[in-house]
Design a protein around this ligand. Sequence first.
Ligand code: GRF
Length: 183
Amino acid sequence: MRRLGVLASGGGSNLAAILEADLPVVAVVVDRPCGATAIAEAAGVPFEVVPRGPDRVEFTHRIVDALQGHEVDLVAMAGFMTILEKPIFDAFPGAVLNTHPSLLPAFRGAHAVPDALAAGVKVTGCTIHVATPDVDCGPILAQEAVPVMPEDTVDDLHERIKVVERRLYPDTIRRFAEGTSGR
Ligand code: GRF
């Protein structure tokens, strides 16, 4: 069984879904105080806060050290809001996954949900992919479409997407870890 490390920065609802799916999470690493640490604590999973610094490469090395300290061999970014540099992709080659709240390659970047609303698309969704140094560009493992409703706020639409992510991400991580994801 793989040893999964989860990186988070926010409310942690994807982390909660990963834990509820009984995936083998051995460590949670966050870059700021956030809801994800309380979720890790409640589940009895060790967590570490690795604060951002001015140098993103140096920060990435500290994230790698935290993950390796728990002998992680598969990394899932779940709402992690700092761009990571090459050292993590060298340390965990082909083994860093991400969930993104759009149908990539549409709406890359940190503002995918407001960008989709502003573009007036009628359908958006989520993408689970292998992360690479090029942000939101790695090989796609799974995608699912989500409708945009006429009166949607950013929060309405993001929550509709997150309902799907919380099902699709744990399922895709499991298939990836078992080597049955089709990649
Ligand atoms: C998800 O929509 C993820 O795709 C995006 O941030 C959100 C994280 O939500 N990058 P949560 O912290 O897991 O609730």
